[in-house]
Design a protein around this ligand. Structure first.
Ligand code: ADP
Ligand code: MG
Length: 355
């Protein structure tokens, strides 16, 4: 466990919890004003949710979890009957009123899709269903099936006007690439609104740290002398609790995409759950995982998917455009990082090499 200590801080409370994708070691220093951190776990979006709050209590944690569950079951879930995405998919071709949160996520996802030249493509629902990697019977589809599914993935057929949305007839949308990050955002907003001084929120492979500047004096995501957290980045070759690096961060959002999360193997080939919309096959950009740091949960989640599909070189411009930073892991256990994170990362597993 890494620790950043302040000489003036007498009581340092350590609250550690394990996220499903990232192991987080949360060191909470004097900003708590002597109060113990409050932790709560739950599940939503097919993932575990972990909260740690400073200056909040069970009521706040419950409100945060309720907000995440609302975003899942009323808004973004493709499988829960009655959610906006479920309804849009079941009524493709027709305009429907959606929750404000759904419209907001759709608008942001469409913007990032355009900026990424549709590497992020939220209209891949038919392709995702075809491969079935999330389900019990995943399979490699035929080239014809893949082509037919890709023919439904034209994002110019998605419209959002205020709180009314529509998708093209026969199209299926899937917000799996941004949902967990958006869930971190909604939980973080709830925490701030209810006066929490600092918090960590994790939903699957996405994590958001909240710290109010007025309390902590935080200046930037990585720099400054008031850094609060040390985050372990999961070893993509190891098990859930193994990490290969630690990064000192301020109030930032972090998402990891990797080929180890959901996959099946056939004839020695691993087919994972992140697709290249240009080919209709799982992306093959030479990465094992990529972890993206940004000031928004949705953005870090979207960009981790985009960077995983594009690979190291090609994802640098879009990461720069959104002022995001990233840690890329390659099959030979070499690691590359963007410039803004170089000072903040420490490789903790000697089998990995930062190049
Ligand atoms: P996870 O959901 O495991 O955290 P990601 O954030 O990378 O991982 O999102 C992967 C999910 O996004 C897939 O399970 C699928 O639902 C969807 N998806 C896969 N490829 C794409 C893509 N190119 N664009 C948009 N969504 C995608
Ligand atoms: Mg993502």
């Amino acid at each position: 466990m890494s620790k950043r200590s302040k000489p003036s801080s007498k009581s340092i409370t350590t609250f550690a919890f394990v996220a499903v994708i990232l192991l987080l070691i949360v060191i909470v220093t004097d900003i708590q004003g002597g109060k113990k951190a409050y932790g709560k776990s739950s599940s939503a979006m097919g993932a575990s949710v972990f909260l740690t709050l400073c200056g909040g209590d069970e009521k706040v944690a419950d409100a945060m979890i309720e907000a995440v569950k609302h975003l899942d079951s009323d808004c973004l879930s493709p499988t829960i009957q009655g959610s906006d995405v479920f309804n849009l998919n079941a009524n493709s071709g027709q305009p429907l009123k959606v929750n404000a949160e759904t419209a907001d996520v759709l608008k942001k996802a469409v913007e990032i899709s355009k900026k990424s030249d549709f590497t992020l493509n939220i209209a891949l629902g038919q392709l995702i269903r075809l491969w079935g990697i999330d389900g019990d019977n995943p399979r490699v589809p035929s080239a014809e099936e893949i082509e037919a599914a890709l023919n439904t993935a034209d994002m110019s057929r998605i419209f959002i006007d205020g709180n009314t949305a529509s998708i093209g007839a026969g199209q299926l949308i899937d917000l799996g690439a941004v949902g967990k990050g958006a869930a971190c955002d909604i939980a973080a907003e709830t925490a701030k609104r209810l006066g929490v001084k600092a918090a960590s929120i994790s939903v699957g492979g996405s994590v958001t740290f909240v710290g109010q500047k007025s309390v902590s004096g935080l200046k930037s995501l990585f720099g400054g002398s008031e850094l609060l957290w040390s985050v372990g980045i999961r070893d993509p070759f190891g098990s859930v609790n193994d990490t290969f690096a630690s990064v000192k961060v301020g109030p930032v959002s972090i998402s990891t995409s990797g080929n180890y999360e959901k996959y099946f193997e056939e004839n020695g080939v691993r087919y994972h759950h992140i697709f290249d919309p240009k080919t209709g096959y799982p992306s093959d950009s030479g990465l094992v995982s990529v972890t993206v740091f940004s000031d928004s949960g949705l953005l870090s989640d979207a960009l981790s998917t985009v960077a995983f599909v594009l690979g190291y070189e090609k994802s640098l411009p879009i990461l720069k455009e959104y002022s995001a930073e990233a840690v890329f892991v390659f099959p030979d256990k070499t690691v590359r990082v963007t410039d803004g994170i170089k000072e903040s990362i420490t490789i903790t597993d000697s089998e990995f090499t930062l190049i």
